[in-house]
Design a protein around this ligand. Structure first.
Ligand code: HEC
Length: 183
């Protein structure tokens, strides 16, 4: 009585043949079938989602998209307008000379912009509800007074969130030159 005499367990020996010519689905072919079905469902879902994204009609989103499209269109059609002031500031920054009056004021503009003074005091120091007008500040304070004000900010400046700036006298002179040119 050896083991070789007992009949082979079902499906063990004809397995190879069954893989090549599947008559009745084996465990493996069933697994492959399920896998294919999963991939098919997944791809189908992607296609459905893709189609849905084309036919989604949220009126708010559509309006916003239309508005942005129009803005881009208008911007592209508008004639080119260089920002002369910004260009002037860049020009003097690269030239480096600070002797002429124009370049001192450009220096002041650079300080005004790089320290984000405009965020509270408005473009060109025109003033906002958050912080007062700075244009023409030279007729309110002398350079010494202004430097002193930066070194010892008023309670209103502190409560309004104005940062403490460590300016030199040159910076203050430049700021005044710039702000006085913004009447
Ligand atoms: C976060 C906001 C903020 C920023 C940024 C800011 N400020 Fe101010 N600033 C204020 C507020 C608030 C006051 C006080 C307003 C008041 O007195 O009622 C003030 C006051 C001043 C005053 C006194 C004005 C006056 O008429 O007495 C000067 C000068 C000034 N800021 C200059 C500057 C400069 C220059 C910069 C940039 C380097 C700057 N500020 C950045 C908020 C700001």
């Amino acid at each position: 009585m050896t083991k070789a005499k007992s009949p082979p367990p079902e499906g063990s020996s004809p397995q190879k043949r069954e893989l090549l010519f599947p008559g009745r689905p084996s465990f493996l072919t069933t697994l492959v079938g399920i896998g294919r079905a999963c991939v098919g469902l997944f791809m189908g879902g992607l296609i459905v989602l893709g189609a849905m994204s084309y036919y989604d009609h949220n009126p708010l989103v559509a309006r916003q998209l239309a508005f942005q499209g129009k803005q881009v269109h208008d911007f592209m059609r508008a004639p080119f307008k260089p920002e002369s002031r910004g260009v002037a500031a860049v020009g003097t920054a690269t030239s480096g000379a600070a002797s002429a009056d124009g370049s001192i004021s450009a220096q002041g503009q650079k300080i005004f912009q790089s320290h984000s003074c405009y965020a509270c005091h408005g473009r060109n120091g025109a003033g906002t509800p958050m912080a007062p007008r700075l244009a023409g500040i030279g007729s309110k304070y002398t350079p010494e007074q202004l430097l002193n004000l930066f070194n010892h900010p008023s309670p209103a400046m502190d409560s309004g969130g104005m940062p403490h700036f460590q300016f030199h006298a040159d910076d203050v002179n430049a700021l005044i030159a710039y702000l006085d040119s913004q009447h």
